[in-house]
Ligand binder design. Sequence first.
Ligand code: FPP
Length: 248
Amino acid sequence: MASSELLQKIRLNGRIPRHVAIIMDGNGRWAKQRNLPRAAGHKRGIVAVRESVEGALDAGIEILTLFAFSTDNWQRPRSEVLALMGLLRLYVSKETQKLREQGCEVHVLGDLDALDASTTKSVEFITTETAGGMHLRLNLMISYCGREEILRACRQMMKRAASGDLLAEEFDEASFEAALFTAGLPDPDLMIRTSGESRLSNFMLWQVAYTELHIASVLWPDFSREDLFRAVLDYQERDRRFGRVTVG
Ligand code: FPP
């Protein structure tokens, strides 16, 4: 089905996910299939990032969250880590203006203290340049993992408690969520993982409690806006009950 037909179906169905999160997986396999270095798969992954941004804008998704670099990825060979950081900087230099023109507000979330100086500068640049974008909030999760995010939030809460700023009774979902990187955002309605793997891989562990999962077999570098639309259509067929029963 063509992109425009898929989009029309999505609009007819009407229930657009506000927040979509994606585990972009399969860059290495994509490169291997072509006898290319792994970095070539990551580089091609930038095209798929553009596709998903365009698709999200077309479909009216408000928030798109991409898992771009996990805390565990620091353990990959140094050459691959450097290539990924270089790609992030390349992404910023190539895409910032377009993102800004399209009204995308970019946030980079994760343990950013671990980034080198020039990557930190790029992160600051894209964040400042796109601030105020009204059409799509794009979260790039970098040096991120869900367990560390939860521990970090707990540490903040413990410090507040120790200083008398937080009572045990005030430690609830709302106060805890305010200490997560995603503070103020709704939980993802839909999480997509590419390359056919069905794992969460330490991504947004708190936030996905009631998120619908869609596993796409396509490798990330080949992910297109049509793949995003198909995931949204799959989501629109789900009966979300949040642990309750469907009435009627
Ligand atoms: C997983 O594929 C992907 C990553 C670790 C990095 C994702 C990065 C990009 C898509 C490019 C940069 C993105 C931005 C936003 C600048 P993998 O290497 O684990 O693939 P494999 O499982 O096939 O080996």
